[in-house]
Design a protein around this ligand. Structure first.
Ligand SMILES: NC(=O)c1ccc[n+]([C@@H]2O[C@H](COP(=O)([O-])OP(=O)(O)OC[C@H]3O[C@@H](n4cnc5c(N)ncnc54)[C@H](OP(=O)(O)O)[C@@H]3O)[C@@H](O)[C@H]2O)c1
Length: 275
């Protein structure tokens, strides 16, 4: 078979797996978007590997997925523990080779009532939102590269497209993930591994409830999960929503900083600290 044709045939196989992944690993499954994603992928014949820290919420997400017919592998762990992440992903991979990894877990952060966020908070944001996602991706990559097949989705944020005055550490952690995804996508192309960056706007979840201030174009977690699932099935490398907000922020990166800062300062939020 000519090389080009062989390539086209396996691309079709890859597309089938993307449309109907049979083994999906989701981090942050105990939270708003993660639980909605678990629900969106749950069906007979699908194994979902779900993780979070809150055992009760994780158990509820698993129970809903099992009720929808999915096989569920559940593990409560702190994703900042690289050894624990690597061991768990290897365990899942050994029993159910992973088609799709969604590194979704994250925390919010920002200034509190005029007091700037602390360096400890910035460090926690980078550890959770950036490094923990890298641990997850790196744990899954060796097997995917051997198989020359797999899809990885990294959940960043529209706040990673342009820094927002209320939440510098959060924006930086999400911008790092965006740049990392771009680089890894290009690098993994020859291995036939798809890397997608997810850039949600405001989604109605426990995280969003911590932010006090304007949250334009808020949507439900179920709707966000449906958009993400559809985008991943189509093999899109950037899934940004709502589109209007995405383009406003993209254009803002091209404009002079002063007027953009003035506009963004009108949309300040305060963020409730975690315990
Ligand atoms: N909601 C929004 O408006 C919005 C907008 C843009 C981007 N996002 C991104 O979407 C993702 C999901 O957010 P969400 O709104 O669904 O938030 P959420 O409801 O607060 O859920 C966050 C999830 O991440 C998990 N998590 C946090 N730190 C962890 C850690 N150290 N180890 C393991 N798990 C950890 C939480 O687990 P436990 O609760 O069990 O600890 C929870 O399952 C995040 O990456 C967020 O930045 C959200």
């Amino acid at each position: 078979m000519p090389a080009l044709l062989a390539c086209a045939v396996s691309t079709n196989q890859d597309r089938d797996v993307m449309r109907n992944p049979s083994s999906v690993l989701i981090t942050g499954a105990s939270g708003g978007i993660g639980t909605a994603l678990a629900k969106a992928y749950a069906r007979p014949g699908v194994t979902l590997a779900l993780t979070g820290r809150d055992r009760q919420k994780l158990g509820a997400a698993s129970a809903a997925a099992i009720a929808a017919g999915a096989n569920v592998l559940e593990r409560a762990l702190d994703l900042r523990d690289q050894a624990a992440v690597t061991a768990w992903v290897a365990e899942v991979e050994a029993s159910h080779p992973i088609d799709l990894v969604i590194a979704n877990a994250g925390i919010t952060g920002g200034h509190h009532d005029g007091v700037e966020e602390s360096i400890e908070e910035v460090r926690r944001l980078i550890d959770t939102n950036f490094l923990a996602a890298c641990y997850t991706l790196h744990a899954a990559l060796p097997a995917m590269r051997r198989r020359r097949r797999g899809q990885v989705a990294l959940v960043s944020s529209l706040a990673g497209v342009r820094g927002l005055p209320s939440m510098p550490g959060y924006c930086a952690s999400k911008a790092a993930l965006l740049a990392y995804a771009d680089a890894m996508r290009a690098w993994l192309r020859d291995d036939r591994i798809e890397v997608a960056i997810i850039l949600p706007g405001n989604v109605d979840t426990p995280m969003a409830a911590r932010e006090n201030g304007p949250q334009p174009l808020m949507m439900s977690a179920d709707r966000a999960a449906a958009i993400i699932r559809r985008g991943l099935a189509q093999g899109r490398s950037c899934i940004a929503f709502p589109r209007q907000l995405y383009w406003v922020l993209r254009v803002a990166t091209l404009l002079p900083a002063t007027p953009v800062d003035m506009v963004l300062n009108r949309f300040r939020v305060t963020v409730a600290a975690y315990d």
